[in-house]
Design a binder for this molecule. Structure first.
Ligand code: SIN
Ligand code: MN
Length: 272
């Protein structure tokens, strides 16, 4: 997947880009099956909400073949190689469950704030590219983004270790209010919540301010995030476990575009 000039310009201006139909129903069926398996595992990489429901599976690419393919899928890797005009490596891989009724809040934050403070990443030359495994709806805890908030660098933040099971550098309400007001200027929208079918892809800048509300609906909202970093911008501090902030800076060699379908075919043949 290559971004055209309009898409690159929109990403630069808004801080995110949304692609509604990136992965097919067959590819998503395989990913969902594996996600269900992974979230049931009892391993240190699987973090739970305070109520015990799965919240995040880190580094599933390191212990699951299907997610290993997704972690080097060309539809995810190529746009970021193009954006940074160099090879990228995988800084973080996470599957966020946002379980039905149980999925908890992610407070307002910037990811690069964490990558800089905790991991010593030199510049905001890393970004998230996310695949929706479930339908993301207005009601089931969608990601909330503040357009253009990536243009002002890293904001002051406080380390929240209490609200959820995951420590996060979070922004205060005044900053969020100011940024939303600024985004509203010139007829813009203060906060957007990209929604879409399974298979949609959302890419967003490391400094884009975002959050997500709890999920109190019967509809789970699983999203897989690859954080891809320009190889020359690799992290310099190792304060977090290797499976949260990776230390292998090897450039990703993209898989074949049909790698997931090929894997599913192989599994069917083996079962016959
Ligand atoms: C994140 O901000 O890293 C995840 C938020 C979410 O999945 O809702
Ligand atoms: Mn985040």
């Amino acid at each position: 997947m290559k971004l055209n000039q309009d898409q690159l310009a929109a990403f630069d201006e808004q801080g995110y880009a949304f692609f509604p139909d990136c992965f097919s129903a067959d590819e998503i069926a395989l990913l969902r099956e594996e996600a269900g398996r992974v979230l049931k595992l009892d391993r240190p990489e699987i973090w739970r909400e305070k109520n015990g429901a799965p919240r995040t599976a880190f580094a599933a690419h390191s212990f699951n073949d299907v997610f290993a393919l997704l972690a080097r899928h060309p539809r995810l890797v190529e746009p970021l190689r193009q954006l940074f005009a160099e090879d990228v490596y995988l800084h973080q891989f996470k599957l966020n469950a946002k379980s039905a009724f149980e999925g908890d809040v992610w407070q307002w934050h910037q990811d690069y704030g964490t990558w800089a403070r905790d991991d010593g990443m030199p510049d905001a030359r890393a970004a998230n590219i996310a695949v929706f495994l479930d339908e993301v709806m207005p009601v089931n805890g969608p990601l909330l983004l503040i357009p253009k908030s990536h243009k002002q660098g890293v904001f002051a933040a406080g380390r929240d270790t209490l609200t959820t099971s995951y420590p996060l550098w979070t922004l205060d309400n005044d900053t969020v209010t100011r940024l939303a007001r600024e985004a509203e200027g010139d007829g813009g929208v203060g906060i957007v919540a990209p929604t879409g079918k399974p298979g949609a892809v959302l890419m967003f800048h490391g400094n884009l301010v975002h959050a997500s509300p709890p999920n109190i609906t019967p509809y789970p909202r699983k999203i897989v995030y690859l954080t891809l970093c320009a190889v020359s911008n690799h992290i310099t501090k190792f304060t977090r476990p290797e499976w949260i902030a990776h230390r292998d800076f090897t450039p990703i060699i993209p898989a074949a575009d049909d790698a997931l379908l090929d894997y599913a075919r192989g599994r069917r043949v083996a079962a016959e």
